[in-house]
Design a protein around this ligand. Structure first.
Ligand SMILES: [Zn+2]
Length: 410
């Protein structure tokens, strides 16, 4: 199996030569990357080899040729490699000009289809916000004006983020044994379609980038610290490296193709990790007692902001609808932006940034909200409910250390 896995890694690197966003992380042998760079292979050739590899792996029963026949991880590995390769073929087809519907694409690339919600679904949540944020003007205007009171000033950003990251790391380390020497650096950048990004460098090290194009609200500190750092992407990648790449010698986890089922697990666990790290009211308490003063904000307003934030979060799927409509050519760019302002309550600037994200990453958007819901259901089914935080951490740690597929969460 290691030979097939090695071929898979090289194919991912080869696709990366045609698609700058495809290889999210790679920390395997450096000569594999230089080889891919030196000999750019045509997409048709990469596709044919991927198909051959799929046939080879399919013909081999899961776990049969391994020493640990009953090992669940071996079975997951087999299914994972197959599905990752099928997704690669779909991405190659996209790069070659083939277009699918939004749902077909998300199924092919991420092994999942997001539910469809119409305007009435979101309107019910908007109605509650109408009451929560009274005042003059339209609801999007009022919510934006309300949010402006919770912006972290640029010169306080780093202190606030560092405090949030420290707290997320402290909480995570109480439940998950982090690899010795794991570390990260934070960078503030501009001119990106995303708000934050974790670049995993291997050796248990990450670079976390924060985009400062738009105002950053105080709740983004915990969001980002958990999502990009602990127990999110940084921990996820570090545990895969520790347990699977180093522990088992499985080379396929030294590469991370962004447009693949792995991303639904990565984004879903990174988002769900926020409530794992801060059960119940603990997040708001921490924000109120620590972050508000660091940000120079009035701590007395923290509970009210948290209440509005929780309602706004329920509008998450509105972003999927904008993406589905836009990519399926049912909404123009302007319509998609207007939808995001009206139903996701984004400012016009944020809506424009979001549509740029949709253009760059397409159906990837489902990985955040659907991913979070699938991960929550999966962990709760195993007893990891909010009132059993210890069990929830255990199931969470298991999930981020194993190659489970989105369809395997059902
Ligand atoms: Zn993410």
């Amino acid at each position: 199996m290691n030979r097939a896995a090695e071929s898979y890694v090289k194919l991912v690197l080869a696709v990366g030569q045609h698609d700058a966003d495809y290889v999210d992380a790679f920390y395997g042998p450096a000569e594999w990357r230089s080889e891919a760079e030196a000999h750019k292979r045509p997409l048709s050739e990469i596709r044919a080899e991927a198909e051959t590899l799929i046939a080879t792996i399919s013909s081999r029963p899961a776990g049969r040729d391994e020493r640990h026949e009953n090992d669940e991880l071996e079975r997951l590995r087999h299914a994972y490699l197959l599905r990752q390769l099928q997704s690669m073929v779909a991405r190659i087809d996209f790069l070659s000009g083939k277009r699918m519907s939004f749902d077909e694409e998300s199924k092919a690339l991420y092994d999942a289809v997001a539910p469809t919600y119409g305007a009435p679904h979101f309107q019910r949540i908007l109605d509650r916000l109408e009451t929560a944020v009274p005042g003059e003007g339209t609801l999007p205007e009022r919510v934006e004006a309300f949010r402006q009171r919770f912006v972290i000033p640029r010169d306080r950003l780093d202190a606030v983020f560092k405090a949030a990251i420290d707290e997320c790391r402290r909480r995570t380390a109480q439940h998950i044994e982090l690899p010795a020497g794991e570390s990260f650096v934070v960078e503030y950048i501009t001119n990106k379609s995303w708000g934050g990004y974790n670049w995993y460098k291997g050796g248990f090290h990450s670079l976390i980038q924060v985009n400062t194009d738009l105002p950053i609200f105080v709740d983004r500190a915990v969001d980002l610290a958990c999502h990009e750092g602990y127990p999110g992407h940084h921990v996820y990648n570090a545990l895969l490296e520790q347990h699977l790449v180093r522990g088992r010698g499985w080379p396929e986890f030294s590469v991370y193709p962004l447009f693949s089922p792995q991303s639904l697990i990565a984004e879903g666990t990174a988002n769900f990790g926020i409530e794992v790290a801060f059960p119940g009211a603990e997040r708001t308490t921490f924000e109120r007692e620590r972050l508000y003063s660091l940000a120079g904000l009035d701590a007395a307003t923290a509970d009210r902001y948290a209440e509005v934030r929780d309602l706004l979060q329920q509008l998450g799927y509105a972003g999927n609808e904008a993406a589905r409509g836009y990519l399926d050519r049912k909404l123009s760019r302007q319509d998609a932006e207007a939808w995001l302002v009206r139903y996701a309550l984004m400012s016009p600037e944020r809506a424009a940034q979001r549509v740029r994200f949709i253009e760059q990453y397409r159906s990837y958007v489902i990985n955040y909200n659907l991913g979070q819901d699938l991960v929550r259901e999966y962990i709760e089914k195993r007893g990891g409910t909010a009132d059993h935080p210890q069990q929830r951490w255990e199931e969470f740690a298991k999930l981020i250390s194993s190659p489970r597929l989105p369809s395997g969460l059902r």
